[in-house]
Ligand binder design. Structure first.
Ligand code: IDP
Ligand code: MG
Length: 132
């Protein structure tokens, strides 16, 4: 069993698709171990996305991620990290495969509906960030 961190981003919350995304999470065989809704401050968003601090989209991304409520979920499943990233689809919704969450609900490469950890080390850090 493996754990990963998922986030339903502000665009998806505003779009009222929290329920659809959580249904998909359960249909994909994930156990939801913890879940909460919160509104990140700009400072918290900058900490969470610290690895991207030198990217040109860092300011805009952290503005977006602190622009409204998010839902954070601690998920468990076999192969959870890789499987959740498959269910999310490519970062850019336009490149994501049909049926993936980003293709279904994403709006742009920035406003792409969901987040998922990308490695066991990142997952551990991200889970601690929200659920310590
Ligand atoms: P990931 O979420 O698929 O792992 P990352 O490269 O880790 O993608 O980027 C983190 C987040 O930053 C993305 O989910 C997206 O919201 C945003 N992002 C990534 N690339 C761009 C870009 O080129 N322009 C604007 N925002 C971006
Ligand atoms: Mg990433």
């Amino acid at each position: 069993m493996e754990r990963t961190l998922a986030i339903i981003k502000p665009d998806a919350v505003k779009k009222r698709v929290i329920g659809k995304i959580i249904q998909r999470i359960e249909d994909e065989g994930f156990e939801i171990l913890a879940m909460k809704m919160l509104h990140l401050t700009k400072e918290e968003a900058k900490q969470f996305y610290y690895v991207h601090k030198d990217k040109p989209f860092y300011e805009s991304l952290t503005d977006f991620m602190s622009s409204g409520r998010i839902v954070v979920l601690l998920l468990e499943r076999e192969n959870a990290i890789k499987h959740w990233r498959e269910v999310m689809g490519a970062t850019d919704p336009a490149q994501a495969k049909p049926g993936t969450l980003r293709r279904l609900y994403g709006f742009s490469v920035e406003r792409n509906a969901v987040h998922g950890s990308d490695s066991p080390q990142t997952a551990e850090w991200e889970i601690q960030f929200f659920f310590k």
